[in-house]
Design a protein around this ligand. Sequence first.
Ligand code: NAD
Ligand code: ZN
Length: 354
Amino acid sequence: MKFRNFPMVPRVVFGRGSFDQLDEILAPRRTGAGFAFLMDQVHRERPLARRIPLRKEDRLIFVDVTEEPKTTYVDALRDEVQEALGTPDGVVGIGGGSTLDLAKAVALMLTNPGSSADYQGWDLIRNPAVWKAGIPTLSGTGAEVSRTAVLTGPVKKLGLNSDYTVFDQVVLDPDLIRDVPNPQRFYTGMDCYIHCVESLEGTYLNAFSQAYGEKALELCRQVFLGPHTDDSDEKLMMASWFGGMSIAYSQVGVCHALSYGLSYVLGLHHGIGNCIAFDQLEAFYPEGVAEFRRMMACQEVALPRGVTRGLSEADMERMIDTALGLAPLWENALGPDWREQMPRQRVRALFEKM
Ligand code: NAD
Ligand code: ZN
């Protein structure tokens, strides 16, 4: 048996107001080449944008995450950074999971030739990235700790999974997620909750994943099954971190496989796609789905219905292909004989109910 040897984020700052330590963190890395800051454009007119410790050689780019990150967008951002700065001192991503993934991918593509689409898969990246930092302003995906940057490419939605993908520095400032409106906070929070359920109910589970998954689940319950309290943001931020750590050594499951299909064909965002898929998965995760519905009621969030209604036959087939293409997810969820348990018809029936 060969065990996987995972990299982890080597440095992390945690605390309200810790964003203001960014200048101090970047200072020793400055050579004059400049930093590229990729910030979710939702912050453009907000005070946070003015708190970025920008020097004249730096470049601030507001990124558009209306659509989840595409390989073409990553390549264009890489070109823009390269044209302005050559090889920058580093890339800093400030935003939700989409922005963090864009920052990771751009940092990788500054040192690896070609298009990011060439590297969608596992361990295809050859050269270390430029230094990179992630600062979440929305919590749940675990993108701040994971070794992937999820991208939609010309033929698939699949991450740049590699040891070089992990951030060198993360800044966890709970103040930054304070103003995320519902239902966005809920959808992305449920990404974390679902990571935990899929990890804890999966066949790949070990004590490493369980330790992180159980703690993250407990934090999700505190955040989503009761009223908002003074420390809800701290708890949600740490739930996201622990949820990400839990799946690092296990895998996600049925919900994520189906949700990738929804995103790829319908362009649904990951968080809401997960919620729509999870709501139909009582047969796979009975307790998790029941608790998810209690959380939804408590947070007064409703889900869109009928999202696959009127879908063409070709699109339905693409959606099924996308979902069934994610073999490790199904194997984690159902074991080595998952193909027998999941004929195309069963996947189709699930999609049709969404
Ligand atoms: P997101 O980054 O797509 O953002 C969702 C919305 O929230 C956007 O409109 C954004 O502008 C807004 N937003 C962000 N911060 C805000 C704030 N402070 N206040 C108000 N609005 C804010 O959402 P997400 O759910 O965090 O990320 C989803 C993406 O993450 C998907 O592309 C998914 O594939 C990816 N993902 C990656 C990993 C990983 O390990 N790399 C894991 C899970 C999901
Ligand atoms: Zn997820």
